[in-house]
Design a protein around this ligand. Structure first.
Ligand SMILES: *[C@@H]1O[C@H](CO)[C@@H](O)[C@H](O)[C@H]1NC(C)=O
Ligand SMILES: *[C@@H]1O[C@H](CO)[C@@H](O)[C@H](O)[C@H]1NC(C)=O
Ligand SMILES: *[C@@H]1O[C@H](CO)[C@@H](O)[C@H](O)[C@H]1NC(C)=O
Ligand SMILES: *[C@@H]1O[C@H](CO)[C@@H](O)[C@H](O)[C@H]1NC(C)=O
Ligand SMILES: *[C@@H]1O[C@H](CO)[C@@H](O)[C@H](O)[C@H]1NC(C)=O
Length: 342
């Protein structure tokens, strides 16, 4: 225990002060010992800060008289004790903490509705879209504490019987900027990371452009929607064909790709799984892997969300001929062809 080391060090330093030295020297040694002791304790306190929560939780669990606590997977299972409510019958059920790291328009909205259709999952949405929560490291970490202690409520919160609690976090929401502190927090608290990216970044680009156009065009009877639940709505939204900036196209794709690789590198030391939207669409059994990763009882997961840009990409880009010409023969040529059947 770091605290014990603090006390021990302080003690020895004081004991070592020689008895029969001149008063001034004795004073000097004493002051030195006190400064050193104080400094060491400060450092120790700083280091234990993050561990304190987990320790507290364990203590609280003992008080709850939980039997059969699964410690084999420490630190990845938790027994949170929310300040705002009691977990009642599920107090002794282990909870896993997760974060979905993704980028806008990469299928994370759909993925999250799938996850939330599980009775034991609370994935609380894009909580860091609120700027105050990501304005500095301390507000990020205290927001994380709130989520993982089940004290942040959203429409997705299942409270008592959550077996996995988390949220989705876009790379541009403070995640890359404060990655060092966040990785440290994730590893100390045992937060599992679900990366969700899109293989076809050109499709992502179309979706980003169309979505930001709709922000002011409001194609659905005067309302802006980022996700839709019917084919009529999907058709209405996909009728708008964005023009892709041909000058910056290749550079834009490169930048997106670089950001994804950077994120994978930054968070490589965490417990993680890497998912691609296209793979999940083609093969729903991939969701079984996700449930396993989160230690959930396996369930059939469903989402009401409907894909907006279906079919060939050539249907969805106004200056398709130009884009096609630019990307042919580049490493991004594959983006032109990949297609969906559904
Ligand atoms: C961090 O941000 C929060 C919310 O914006 C603010 O209240 C707080 O003073 C900031 N703390 C530091 C240390 O800057
Ligand atoms: C999942 O939720 C159900 C219903 O709330 C509950 O009975 C069950 O114990 C939960 N399972 C886990 C693993 O938490
Ligand atoms: C617009 O509203 C009308 C009437 O409520 C409805 O029938 C129609 O489907 C809506 N259109 C879209 C694109 O949502
Ligand atoms: C296209 O990208 C180039 C290079 O970034 C930029 O200078 C130009 O303004 C962009 N064109 C449009 C129409 O946005
Ligand atoms: C679908 O995903 C599962 C789970 O990852 C995998 O075992 C299986 O081989 C995949 N099937 C196909 C056809 O790729």
């Amino acid at each position: 225990m770091p605290e014990e080391i603090c006390i021990f060090t302080k003690g020895t330093l004081i004991i070592k002060a020689p008895k029969k030295s001149p008063a001034s020297l004795r004073m000097l040694v004493l002051v030195f010992a006190m400064v050193c002791g104080g400094y060491i304790c400060l450092v120790c306190l700083k280091q234990t800060n993050i561990h304190t929560n987990t320790k507290l939780l364990n203590v609280e669990v003992h008080q709850n008289h939980c039997h059969n606590i699964d410690r084999s997977q420490t630190p990845f299972v938790h027994y949170p004790n929310p300040t705002s409510f009691g977990r009642d019958e599920c107090a002794c059920n282990p909870v896993r903490l997760f974060a979905i790291l993704s980028m806008q328009r990469s299928g994370s909205g759909w993925f999250e509705t799938l996850l939330n259709s599980h009775i034991n999952v609370s994935s609380n949405g894009e909580i860091f879209s609120v700027k105050d929560r990501r304005s500095n490291v301390s507000s990020i970490l205290s927001t994380l504490d709130r989520v993982y202690n089940l004290d942040l409520f959203t429409s997705a919160s299942k409270n008592h019987c959550s077996a996995a609690v988390g949220f989705k976090w876009m790379l541009n929401q403070g995640l890359m900027e404060y990655h060092k502190d966040i990785v440290e927090y994730f590893n100390n608290r045992g937060v599992s990371v679900i990366f969700l990216f899109r293989r076809n970044l050109l499709r992502r680009m179309v979706s980003v452009l169309a979505n930001s156009y709709d922000r002011y065009a409001k194609l659905l009877n005067g309302t802006h929607k980022s996700h839709v639940h019917s084919h009529e709505e999907a058709d209405a939204l996909s009728r708008y064909k964005p023009v892709i900036n041909s000058t910056s196209l290749v550079m834009d794709l490169k930048l997106m790709e670089k950001m994804v690789l950077q994120a994978l590198e930054y968070f490589s030391s965490t417990r993680h799984i890497v998912l691609y939207y296209e793979d999940l669409i083609r093969n729903r059994t991939k969701m079984v892997d996700v449930q396993e990763f989160l230690g959930l009882p396996e369930m059939e997961l469903t989402s009401r969300q409907v894909k907006i840009h279906k079919g060939s990409l050539s249907e969805h880009i106004k200056n398709w001929d130009v884009v096609d010409k630019i990307l042919r023969g580049t490493i991004y040529e594959g983006f032109l062809h990949t297609d969906y059947n559904n």
